[in-house]
Design a protein around this ligand. Sequence first.
Ligand SMILES: NC(=O)c1ccc[n+]([C@@H]2O[C@H](COP(=O)([O-])OP(=O)(O)OC[C@H]3O[C@@H](n4cnc5c(N)ncnc54)[C@H](OP(=O)(O)O)[C@@H]3O)[C@@H](O)[C@H]2O)c1
Length: 357
Amino acid sequence: MSNGPTLALVGATGAVGTVMIDIINGRESVPWGEIRLIASPRSAGKKITVRGEELTVIALSPEAFDGVDVAMFDVPDEVSAEWAPIAAERGAVAVDNSGAFRMDDDVPLVVPEVNADKVADRPRGIIANPNCTTLSMMAALGALHREFGLKELVVASYQAASGAGQDGVDRLYAELDAVSGKGLGAKAGDVRAALEAGGLSLADTPFAGTPLALNVVPSAGSYKGDGWFSEELKVRNESRKILGIPDLKVSATCVRVPVVTTHSLAVHATFEREVTVEAAHKVFEAQPSVVLVDDPENGRFPSPAEVVGNDPTYVGRVRQALDFPNTLDFFVCGDNLRKGAALNTYEVAEQLAPEFS
Ligand SMILES: NC(=O)c1ccc[n+]([C@@H]2O[C@H](COP(=O)([O-])OP(=O)(O)OC[C@H]3O[C@@H](n4cnc5c(N)ncnc54)[C@H](OP(=O)(O)O)[C@@H]3O)[C@@H](O)[C@H]2O)c1
């Protein structure tokens, strides 16, 4: 590797960390001199090939950050909460993918297409990455907001199992195995019965004790009271912070669906100024990280099966709401492990690199 800043990837062995390594390997060039892979002591010594070089994973410790310029964190909340400040104290800028710092007033919440300038304003030396549901619509929504002024936002999400980590993916596949070929009838209880017959308990599922195979689950994250789940409150609070609209009216309903990877959202957005489908199409076409697929007459619109593994946000089904002025309805799909997690973090890290070159 050439001379350049040192990049650390904390959580290199996880679901997001693995996609991060794919992204680094897929880049035509990288600005980094050294890339350091860090995980728990369980993974220390593991070998992972990065840009043709076999690297050895080291255990997380204060010394692991010596000489590091940018440290990306793809670890559970409590690990980030403890270790991102330690990385910052040792001179690195921490770019954190967890929920530990997103709503901290001294930590910018950055989506480069929307608020790249906030990267410079980081009093704690930490920059946060939004949650994957909010991120999946932000490139599209930010572009519309710049043009028409966003006023109100109502969204329903269709979230993939991998949003709940590797555990969520493993559980969905196990449930699909259990229900396939069972000759399920139309009775509501059949999926549960098939899971039980397959030896799968519903007591410890990552999906609120509800089957996900052949089902949809209107619950994401933890229950926060007054009827709201944490993912729905994140969509509201993080959208406001990223777009810089503290009083934005937001209401979200988050639903888990039996898709492995790629979140979708049905968005109902009201603007200050008049907006037409043609004008919105132009805005989407001018945004490099958005792909417009909007020909419903010929069955062309985004869906997770087409979008998974791709970097951009896909937008379609754009229409003017019939009974609501200055309002668009549209459908968005984004790979929750790429732009929804690893890619956005890496884009922020890339933006930081020239500061250390
Ligand atoms: N999945 C998504 O769609 C998504 C989207 C956006 C954000 N996120 C966030 O990204 C973070 C990572 O998620 P994930 O799905 O990749 O989780 P994961 O698959 O469980 O991976 C966790 C990673 O953290 C490491 N780790 C765990 N405890 C550690 C410790 N005490 N010290 C050092 N390393 C430790 C693990 O190392 P070992 O392998 O050594 O245990 C592993 O590399 C989470 O905060 C999550 O909320 C996830």
